[in-house]
Design a protein around this ligand. Structure first.
Ligand code: UDP
Length: 329
């Protein structure tokens, strides 16, 4: 039996495949390579280049392989783009979930682990954020992920499917060896953007607002190492294999770091001064987003190994320094 990883050529997907292969799992990847990279596809996995909205493509994969469970990362994930082009997000993210679940039900595959996001919460009322907090997404990206969770819940009731939804806070870092990492055609995330400055690819980093009600006025985020996210997917897989019920878990380290603190940590790690400018607030940015991951720790026995921001930035730096153009040679 194999694990089907949808979006296994993407950032978090490729790191999760790496861990699955290392522990001896059989892995099948489907990725349309719209945002994923063929170079990030693990050579030990069976790879299909295809779109999960294509029912015939899924049918072929489920016919040619004995799929035990699905880990689903295949989605668009740019907040800003989702605001200007919401239909792209509802078509690809929500539409993809629909065809994927149809295929799973048809072929009797009853376990799915889903890549969700803290963006489902919107502006949180209480910090740290627990899984029972209200969900009020402030952008179509977060809304699409929330709808995808709701679809899974209804299908689980009707068709006996079991799901685990993992709501990540700020994913960052890279595989320690520097062979896998973050490579987005349009980079919007703080840590890779900061690291472009010491790489000589960017003159400065703009801090989006320094007048937030936080200790230094800049936003607080909970940064979590991509390898700790990967290990949570493996634990979720084992949890479902052991008969666990459908659940939602937050994944973060439970500590908030400000934009200024991240810049200072990046200066320490890279040994280079990083020029900053203060810019306007970015629309839809909550002042703080910090996870309570107590539930994941208790039920999945998740124990993040790389919780220091220095380690997260060090691994990201190692990747970017060795691959300044990402996967492009
Ligand atoms: N940020 C910033 N400058 C940038 C990019 C991001 O000040 O060029 C801030 C952003 O406002 C947020 C934090 O860094 O407070 C993390 O942003 P990112 O886009 O990495 O993740 P998000 O929290 O939006 O998922």
């Amino acid at each position: 039996m194999a694990i089907l990883v949808c979006g296994g050529a993407g950032y978090i997907g490729s790191h999760t495949v790496h861990v699955l292969i290392e522990r001896g799992e059989k892995v099948v990847i489907v990725d349309n390579l719209q945002t994923g990279h063929v170079e990030a596809v693990n050579p030990a996995a069976i790879f299909y280049r295809g779109d999960i909205r294509n029912a015939a493509a899924l049918e072929k994969i489920f016919t040619e392989n004995q799929i035990e469970a699905v880990i689903h990362f295949a989605a668009n994930s740019l907040v800003g783009e989702s605001v200007t082009n919401p239909l792209k997000y509802f078509n690809n993210n929500v539409g993809g979930m629909q065809t994927l679940l149809e295929a799973m039900v048809k072929f009797g595959v009853d376990k799915i682990i889903f890549s969700s996001t803290a963006a489902v919460y919107g502006e949180p009322e209480k910090i740290p954020v627990t899984e029972t907090a209200a969900t009020n997404p402030t952008n179509p990206y977060g809304e699409s992920k929330l709808i995808m969770e709701k679809i899974m819940r209804w299908v689980s009731r009707a068709n006996g499917l079991k799901f685990v939804s993992l709501r990540y806070f700020n994913a960052a870092g890279a595989l320690e060896t520097g062979t896998l990492g973050e490579d987005h055609a349009t980079e919007t995330h703080l840590i890779p953007l900061i690291l472009q400055v010491p790489l000589g690819r960017r003159d400065h980093i703009t801090i989006f607002g320094d007048d937030y009600p936080t200790p230094d006025g800049t936003c607080l985020r909970d940064y979590v190492h991509v390898m700790d996210l990967a290990s949570a997917h493996i634990l979720a897989l084992d949890y479902l294999r052991n008969g666990g019920s459908s659940e939602i878990f937050n994944l973060g380290n439970g500590r908030g770091f400000s934009v200024k603190e991240i810049i200072a940590a990046a200066e320490k790690v890279t040994g280079k001064k990083i020029k900053t400018e203060i810019g306007a607030r970015r629309a839809g940015d909550p002042a703080q987003l910090i996870a309570s991951s107590d539930k994941a720790k208790k039920i999945l026995h998740w124990a993040p190994k790389f919780s220091s921001v220095e380690k997260i930035i060090e691994d990201a730096w190692n990747w970017h320094k060795n691959n300044p153009d990402g996967y492009k040679k």
